[in-house]
Write a protein that binds this ligand. Structure first.
Ligand code: CO8
Length: 245
């Protein structure tokens, strides 16, 4: 089964306020615990995926407000959701909206999608991982250009740079995203989970540390019923019946 989360403040192009981040997090964490949910699909409603953090909410705030509110605590928790998160992006994915897209593990985008970090035009900069995640994805040279100019970039360019997985026609965006999510959802959940865990570690760890980490996850899967079932089914030439245990 898939879990669906749809951003739904269309009048303000799904500008992300604090309440929205905590609702997204609550939905993700609920789905992460729910055994039947095998993958989460995140999308936007209206004209955009999300046109950034809610500027109205932030405009008059100061650094002490952010410190006191621990502004990005919920964002940190979004990054440790264990299940696959597949994003379907259409229209604008800007600023905090782009940062939310970058929390996804896989991104499908409609041909009309536009990505960018316009924060520089507001006298600020990304604060929910944008400078880090974008640089790790596309390298220093391109990331600096995107972040300094604040320009919007079409989906195809984002795809060519490896930010997103696929560009599709807008009318089939949800269908194609769901199709991919269902493909992942049919795989043994523990393998999917520990693959995500290991791939994310590759971003932070040295090759040696990452390989030690990968090895432990590989060993761990040999304690699962699904490993026995998967290998037995192969030997017996039948379809495996994975249970997620
Ligand atoms: N915040 C609040 N309201 C917004 C936002 C936003 N980010 N984006 C759009 N809106 C509102 C508009 O004010 C407008 O409201 P109203 O109808 O009441 O005037 C409505 O959405 C529709 O927008 P437009 O009329 O502007 O639509 P256009 O098609 O003319 O333009 C744009 C679309 C180009 C996307 C334009 O709306 C725009 O430039 N938006 C702002 C983009 C931006 O600067 N984003 C970055 C915000 S800062 C940020 O994300 C910092 C991240 C920090 C970490 C994250 C913490 C949560």
């Amino acid at each position: 089964m898939l879990g669906f989360v749809r951003l739904n403040r269309p009048k303000v192009l799904n500008a992300i306020n604090r309440e929205m981040v905590s609702e997204i997090l609550a939905a993700f964490e609920y789905m992460d615990r729910e055994e039947n949910v095998r993958a989460i699909v995140l999308s936007g409603n209206g004209r955009a995926f999300a046109a950034g953090a809610d500027i109205d909410e932030m405009a008059d705030e100061g650094s002490i407000d952010f410190e006191r509110l621990n502004q990005f605590a919920d964002w940190d928790r979004l990054a440790v959701v264990k299940k696959p998160i597949i994003g379907a992006v259409h229209g604008f994915a800007l600023g905090g909206g782009f940062e939310l897209a970058l929390v996804c593990d896989i991104l499908f985008a409609a041909e009309d999608a536009k990505f960018g970090f316009p924060e520089v035009n507001l006298g600020v900069m990304p604060g929910a991982g944008g400078t880090q995640r974008l640089t790790k994805l596309i390298g220093k040279t391109k990331a600096m250009e995107w972040l300094w100019t604040g320009e919007m970039h079409p989906a195809q360019e984002a795809c060519d740079l490896g930010i997103i997985n696929r560009v599709v026609a807008p009318e089939v965006l949800m269908e194609e995203t769901k199709k991919f999510a269902l493909q992942v959802a049919q795989k043994p959940p523990l393998s999917v989970r520990l693959i995500k865990d290991s791939v994310l570690k590759a971003i932070d760890y040295s090759l040696y540390e990452g390989m030690q980490y990968e090895r432990k996850n590989f060993y761990l899967l040999f304690s699962s019923e699904d490993q026995k079932e998967g290998m037995r089914a192969f030997v017996e030439k039948r379809r495996p019946d994975f249970k997620g245990r």
